[in-house]
Design a binder for this molecule. Structure first.
Ligand code: AMP
Ligand code: ZN
Length: 139
């Protein structure tokens, strides 16, 4: 079976698998995550298959983030969220389990749901300068 035929988010986009849909247009569908990190945790998914954030065509990427912004605003206005985490995982080592690009829009309610605090990674100035250079020259 071809990847797009078996891909779970392609199947949701085609209406073959049910979901708690909150938004749909010609290019994007958004639905509640079945294993939510918080009440209202929503996934924004392009209908066209692409593997992740790094491979999504720019126009489609822009549109996905526009929809993610509208969903975050709705979570604040209607669900009473006091904050929102917007994130997208790229690759297994970043925790990506569904290999069809999606944006998590995760409302929080007074307490942080996610955070980068506590990593405690110390990097010396020399290596920070190297990292800065490596990323700069590859853009
Ligand atoms: P990631 O780990 O970034 O690839 O996120 C994939 C997310 O998709 C997880 O949070 C899952 O709970 C969610 N998920 C997987 N299958 C479904 C489904 N059928 N409907 C809704 N959410 C799903
Ligand atoms: Zn797919």
């Amino acid at each position: 079976m071809k990847k797009k035929e078996s891909c779970i988010f392609c199947r949701i986009a085609r209406g073959e698998i049910p979901c708690y849909k909150v938004y749909e247009d010609n290019f994007v569908i958004a639905f509640l995550d079945v294993n939510p990190a918080s009440r209202g945790h929503t996934l924004v998914v392009p209908k066209e298959h692409c593997s992740d954030f790094t491979t999504c065509p720019k126009d489609l990427l822009d549109h996905c983030f526009e929809v993610a912004q509208a969903i975050a605003q709705a979570q604040i206005a209607q669900l009473g969220a006091t904050g929102v985490n917007v994130l997208t995982n790229v690759g297994a080592s970043a925790g990506q389990s569904v290999l069809h690009f999606h944006i998590h829009v995760i409302p929080s309610y007074r307490e942080p749901i996610l955070g980068l605090k506590g990593t405690n990674l110390q990097i010396e100035d020399k290596e920070m300068l190297l990292l800065q250079d490596e990323i700069k020259k590859a853009i």
